[in-house]
Write a new protein. Structure first.
Length: 149
């Protein structure tokens, strides 16, 4: 299936615009829009909380397809920390994820790192890694931690 292009120009768009479309696709359950946010490279990678490493578009698509069969997600991102160079960008965000379950809405806070590369098609996601453990009161640390792990 051909992939939808977000931007025809290698200089068009931005990592922020790609990220916005990625989260919009998650909320809409739109697998084609979601996959158009990813780079067309064999070694793209995704890690969901508590899950293993998914490498390549077929594995990533299958995981999100399975997720969407359970319903759509409502995700709000905050506390965005950006690092950007000429050809790559790293965004670390707090995600508030809400899902509808039989007993009502459940929410969780996750930390996610999204890595973007500038490709011939524009800025594309090459890695998404989300993990549990964030809280709504987490703040960005500005001092070095006393312990690495």
């Amino acid at each position: 299936m051909p992939r939808t292009k977000l931007s025809a120009s290698p200089l068009g768009g931005s990592p922020d615009e790609t990220e916005s479309l990625f989260y919009e696709a998650l909320q809409r359950g739109d697998i084609d829009l979601l996959m158009s946010c990813w780079a067309e490279e064999d070694d793209i990678v995704c890690v969901h909380p508590g899950g293993g490493r998914l490498v390549g578009a077929p594995a990533i698509r299958a995981a999100f397809d399975a997720m969407f069969t359970q319903g759509t997600l409502r995700i709000t991102i905050s506390q965005i920390h950006r690092i950007q160079s000429v050809s790559s960008a790293v965004h670390n965000v707090t995600e508030r994820v809400e899902v509808m379950l039989p007993d009502g809405v459940h929410s969780a806070y996750l930390l996610a790192t999204n890595v973007y590369h500038r490709t011939p098609e524009g800025w594309r996601l090459v890695a998404h890694h989300a993990s549990a453990g964030a809280s709504p009161t987490d703040t960005l640390a500005t001092e070095a931690p006393s312990m690495l792990h």
